[in-house]
Design a protein around this ligand. Structure first.
Ligand SMILES: [Zn+2]
Length: 110
């Protein structure tokens, strides 16, 4: 029996956990799940499967740190080509922009 490293109270039992990346489901993977706090731990083999699935679905490596640039009186964000391609976004398309709290911007692609 392995003790849970998170809560140090529960024990880890094998089970399946659903993984997702950027809101896209990657499927279920074998993990060790704590019977007390519910935290799940994936082994290296599962991590590799998750990475392979994310690459297959085109969501791997989509997050990126970008710089805000000035554009007239406004500010501009450059959307990386890979992300634009994934979202089927091109010049001239309309998007809906709004804040989600004080440190997040949501851009909805219609
Ligand atoms: Zn735990």
């Amino acid at each position: 029996m392995t003790k849970c490293p998170m809560c140090e109270k529960g024990t880890l039992k094998k089970g399946m956990v659903e993984e997702e990346m950027f809101g896209v489901s990657l499927g279920k993977f074998e993990a060790e799940i704590c019977d007390k706090c519910g935290e799940s731990f994936l082994d290296e083999a599962a991590m590799e499967k998750i990475e392979a699935k994310a690459k297959e679905l085109g969501v791997w490596g989509l997050s990126k740190k970008i710089k805000v640039v000035k554009s007239g009186n406004s500010l501009s964000l450059r959307i990386p080509a890979k992300m634009a391609q994934y979202l089927d976004l091109s010049e001239g398309k309309n998007v809906f922009l709004y804040p989600d709290g004080k440190n997040r911007i949501v851009v909805e692609v219609a």
